[in-house]
Design a protein around this ligand. Structure first.
Ligand SMILES: [Zn+2]
Length: 270
């Protein structure tokens, strides 16, 4: 089955991974900007990273017939450096009109600190000003519930934000409901060590229906599995769900969400 992985960090994966994804039916990926495992020291470090995301990575994906899209931001893990964050936020518009740039992301919270909230709100301001879509990271484990609530409150506090153009990612059983009920898109991340498993994601599709729900691998440099979306497809098939329902979640939904971005020029694979 053809599918799209709406959240994967291919800069930290190998070219062999692209080949494997293509063999498994992946036709497009979207790659949010994220933390490299160390704090970048200057705005120039981010400019180089954004060059990589918008120039080289789409090329490398294209070698295997995969379309590559991206999102730009400074990650919440680096938001404690508020002055650097502001320099990066000021620089992002240089890249926003490039082909394949879908919007601002993955912004969000990590430890739910005041500085993280400040930088999150300044990213929202940029997104509103440039009419960009937004992709949001919600915190891990013990910080997730409170962090998700804080994020939803900040989003709801700004009437200029169009909720149908915002994806709140890494939802789990205790956070998916408010995200969907308040009109946002929700992403379920299939991770081997935390977040969601394919079966838990299937449970959530059964409980809430497929509308505005996405699944992704969030494959990165840590323990993660870039082929996790096909695992979800298998889990859904084992439960006897229709191909049409599965396809809606792994292909049509990301297409529908991304199509709201001016720089999303999807080529339907033959
Ligand atoms: Zn991520």
């Amino acid at each position: 089955m053809q599918y799209i992985d709406p959240h994967i960090h291919m800069v930290s994966r190998t070219t062999d991974d692209y080949e494997t994804l293509a063999k498994m039916g992946c036709v497009a990926v979207s790659e949010p900007a994220f933390w490299a495992g160390y704090d970048r020291g200057s705005v120039e470090g981010f400019r180089d990273y954004f060059e990589q995301l918008t120039e080289f990575e789409p090329k490398r994906a294209g070698w295997y017939g995969i379309q590559h899209y991206t999102w730009l931001c400074i990650n919440a893990k680096e938001a404690e450096n508020v002055s650097l964050s502001r320099e990066v936020i000021d620089m992002i518009p240089e890249f926003l009109d490039r082909p394949g740039v879908l919007g601002i992301g993955e912004i969000g919270l990590n430890k739910n600190t005041r500085n993280e909230a400040t930088v999150f709100l300044e990213h929202l301001e940029l997104a509103v000003r440039t009419q960009s879509q937004i992709l949001i990271h919600t915190p891990h484990l013990e910080d997730k519930y409170q962090g998700t609530r804080m994020i939803l409150d900040m989003l709801s506090g700004d009437s200029r934000i169009d909720r149908t153009r915002v994806l709140v990612d890494h939802v789990e059983e205790h956070t998916v409901r408010p995200v969907l009920e308040e009109g946002f898109w929700a992403g379920m991340t299939l991770y081997p060590v935390s977040k969601c498993t394919p079966d838990r994601a299937a449970d959530m599709v059964e409980m809430y229906g497929p509308e505005r729900l996405l699944v992704n691998s969030a494959g990165d440099w840590g323990p993660s599995k870039p082929t996790a979306v096909p695992d979800f497809i298998m889990a859904m098939r084992k439960r006897g769900h229709s191909e049409a329902l599965i396809r809606q979640v792994v292909y049509e939904n990301p297409l529908k969400f991304f199509s709201q971005s001016a720089n999303f020029e999807f080529q339907v694979a033959k």
